[in-house]
Unconditional design. Structure first.
Length: 157
């Protein structure tokens, strides 16, 4: 039970860590890795994809230490929570938002619309300054409101 609780807590904490990392690291001193995500080069892989490793290494390290090396199991749970968030990130960011893999391309789900709009607003900024919407799974109220307004316009249009 402790394993599951720590894993889920880590998963939810990762949204805050992702927000902070995105705003202050990706849009800060590691902008040179993130820049091609805002200014696409047309390549299949981006320098930005290196962040997959940056997040995967602590996850794998925690899992390895907490299992193979006999460390506390709660450390492995932290690694599993980071890995779960990484999978959610992949699914939402790469598949649903950027559609690098063509699944879920025509969703009418309000949450999906709001998260896509928030990410679109993030990408309207081509440079590291003046960004917005740095999280991944949490969608601010203003983006929900935009989607609701659009739905009302379509309904009454």
């Amino acid at each position: 039970m402790l394993f599951v609780a720590v894993m889920l807590a880590t998963f939810f904490i990762m949204e805050g860590i992702t927000w902070l990392t995105h705003k202050y690291v990706m849009h800060g001193f590691l902008w040179y890795l993130h820049e091609d995500h805002h200014q696409p080069t047309g390549h299949v892989l981006e320098k930005n994809d290196a962040f997959f490793l940056i997040f995967a290494i602590p996850s794998m390290g925690c899992i390895f230490y907490g299992t193979i090396l006999g460390g506390p199991l709660w450390v492995a749970a932290i690694g599993a929570g980071i890995a779960m968030y990484g999978f959610a990130y992949f699914l939402f960011h790469e598949v649903i938002i950027h559609q690098r893999i063509k699944w879920f391309t025509r969703s009418n789900n309000r949450y999906i619309k709001a998260i896509r709009w928030a990410h679109k607003m993030h990408h309207k900024h081509l440079y590291k300054d003046d960004g917005e919407s740095f999280g991944m799974l949490f969608v601010a109220k203003k983006y929900w409101d935009k989607v609701r307004r659009d739905e009302m316009l379509q309904k009454n249009g």
